[in-house]
Design a protein around this ligand. Structure first.
Ligand code: CTP
Length: 401
C-alpha cells in the first residue's frame, strides 16, 4: 500500500469496548508499512493495555504517565508534529466533546491541540449518545474544522440495543485512512471513472453469456486512484470483490447498462478495464428456454463498442479528458493492442497477454505493456495487479498535468 508505506500515523485509542478492534487496526497499518505511534487514554487502558499495541506495532505506546514523564514537556508536540495523520479510533463521545471544545487534560487531547496534522476520527458510542444534540453539535463543529469522520455504523451496540454508534470495522477505517492520506495526492480534485468485471448478456431469465474477468485489475485501479486523491466512480458488473472505501459504485450487468452509465458520467479520466461482450443474443427469451424443446439456436448480434462510442461522438471526448483501454490478447499482443489504441481513440492502452498463467484473468499478477498515442511504449515486468494499477495511475496523472 504505497500511500501507507513509511507514513507516520498517530493512533489515539479512547475508552470504548471497540478499543480491542484498534489493536487490529494498528496491526493492519503496521503490516501495510506505516509507523504507528499509539496514545491510550486512561479509560482506554481499562479495556486494553499499551503492551498489546507495542506488540503489534513494535513502537512504544504512550499513556498519560508519559505526559508527566521526563520528556513530557515536548512529547505532545513531538508526537503530533511528526504525524502524517492523527487517527482516533475508537473516539468516544467524551473525547469528541473535548476535541470540539479544545479541552486538553490528557496526552491525547493535548497532542491533538498542539498538532497541525490532518485528523480522522472513528466515533464509537451508544446510539442515544451519538444522537444526542450535544454530540451532534460537537460532530458538526469538528467537521466544520476539517476533521474527517469515519462512521459510525448502524448495528448491534454493546448496550445490547441496536442503533447508530458502532465503530466501523478496522478494514473500513483503513480505507478511510487511505482516503485521508491521499487527499493531497497527484489526482486531488480530479475525477476518475473505472469500469471493472465481465459484462453479462442475458439469453433468458436464467442464463447469461459472460467471460472470465474477475474485476481485480479494475478494483485495484479504483483503489490506486483513491490513494492519490481522486474522486472515483467504479462502474462494475457483479463480482465477489469489495469495492474500495470511498468509491461511488454503479452496478451494471450488460454492455448497454455500462454504456448508459458511462454516458451519464463525465470525468477527467476513464479507465476501461472491464471485459465487455462483443456479441450478445439478438433476442432475450422472456421465459426459460426448456430442454424438452431441443438445442436452441441463439442468434447473436454485435454489441456496442463502448470505447468507440465514447470517443467517436465528438463532444463525448470532452466527457473524459484521458481515455485508457485494456487489450486482452492471446496472440499478436502488440499489433492487436496498437490497432485498438488507434481505432478506439485512446490516450494509452494496457496490453495484456492472457495466454500466460501469471497474467490476465482471475490471477493476482499481471504483465502488461503500455502503448501510448504518441508512439512510445513501456513494458512492465510481472507485478501484482496493485502495482500495475499504480503505474497506470501515474501515467494518467502525468497526462492530466
Ligand atoms: N471494449 C469496449 N466495448 C466493447 C468491447 C471492448 O469498450 N464492446 C473495450 C474494453 O473494455 C477494452 C478495450 O475495448 O478496454 C479492448 O477490449 P478487447 O476485448 O481487448 O478488444 P475488442 O475491441 O473487444 O476486440 P477483440 O475482442 O476482437 O480482441
Amino acid at each position: 500500500m504505497p500511500n501507507l508505506t513509511n507514513k507516520q500515523i498517530l493512533l489515539g485509542v479512547t475508552g470504548s469496548i471497540a478499543s480491542y478492534k484498534a489493536a487490529d487496526l494498528a496491526s493492519k497499518l503496521t503490516q501495510a508499512g506505516a509507523k504507528v505511534d499509539v496514545i491510550l487514554t486512561s479509560a482506554a487502558q481499562k479495556f486494553i493495555t499499551p503492551l498489546t499495541f507495542q506488540s503489534v506495532t513494535g513502537c512504544k505506546a504512550y499513556t498519560d504517565k508519559d505526559l508527566w514523564g521526563d520528556e513530557g514537556h515536548v512529547l505532545h508536540v513531538q508526537l503530533g508534529k511528526g504525524a502524517d495523520l492523527i487517527v482516533i479510533a475508537p473516539c468516544t463521545a467524551n473525547t469528541m466533546a473535548k476535541l470540539a471544545h479544545g479541552f486538553s487534560d490528557d496526552l491525547l487531547t493535548v497532542t491533538y491541540l498542539a498538532s497541525t496534522a490532518d485528523v480522522l476520527i472513528a466515533p464509537a458510542m451508544d446510539g442515544g449518545m451519538f444522537d444526542n444534540p450535544a454530540t451532534q453539535g460537537n460532530l458538526s463543529t469538528l467537521l466544520s474544522r476539517g476533521v474527517m469522520v469515519a462512521g459510525p455504523a448502524t448495528g448491534h451496540l454493546a448496550s445490547g440495543l441496536s442503533g447508530k454508534g458502532r465503530m466501523l470495522e478496522p478494514i473500513e477505517i483503513l480505507g478511510h485512512i487511505r482516503i485521508a492520506l491521499g487527499k493531497h495526492g497527484k489526482l486531488k480534485n480530479k475525477k476518475v471513472v473505472v469500469t471493472a468485471g465481465g459484462t453479462q448478456e442475458s439469453i433468458d431469465p436464467v442464463r447469461i453469456i459472460t467471460n472470465h474477468s474477475s474485476g481485480k485489475q479494475g478494483y485495484a485501479l479504483a483503489q490506486a486512484a483513491i490513494d492519490v486523491g481522486a474522486d472515483v466512480t467504479l462502474i462494475t458488473t457483479p463480482t465477489t470483490l469489495t469495492p474500495p472505501v470511498g468509491a461511488k459504485v454503479v452496478n451494471v450487468k450488460s454492455v448497454q447498462d455500462m454504456l448508459d452509465a458511462l454516458l451519464n458520467e463525465s470525468a477527467d479520466a476513464l479507465i476501461m478495464t472491464a471485459a465487455v461482450a462483443d456479441f450478445r443474443p439478438k433476442h432475450v427469451a422472456k421465459d426459460k428456454i426448456k430442454k424438452r424443446d431441443g438445442i436452441p439456436q441463439i442468434e447473436l448480434e454485435v454489441a456496442p463498442d463502448i470505447l468507440k462510442t465514447v470517443s467517436s461522438i465528438k463532444s463525448e471526448k470532452k466527457r473524459y479528458k484521458v481515455v485508457v483501454g485494456f487489450a486482452a490478447e492471446s496472440q499478436d499482443l502488440l499489433e492487436n493492442a496498437s490497432d485498438k489504441l488507434k481505432s478506439k481513440g485512446l490516450d494509452f492502452i494496457a496490453a495484456n497477454d492472457i495466454s500466460s498463467k501469471d497474467a490476465g484473468f482471475a490471477v493476482d499478477t499481471n504483465r502488461i505493456t503500455l502503448l501510448f498515442a504518441n508512439g512510445s511504449k513501456e513494458s512492465l515486468p510481472l507485478m501484482s495487479k496493485t502495482e500495475a494499477a499504480e503505474k497506470i495511475i501515474e501515467h494518467v496523472a502525468r497526462l492530466l498535468e
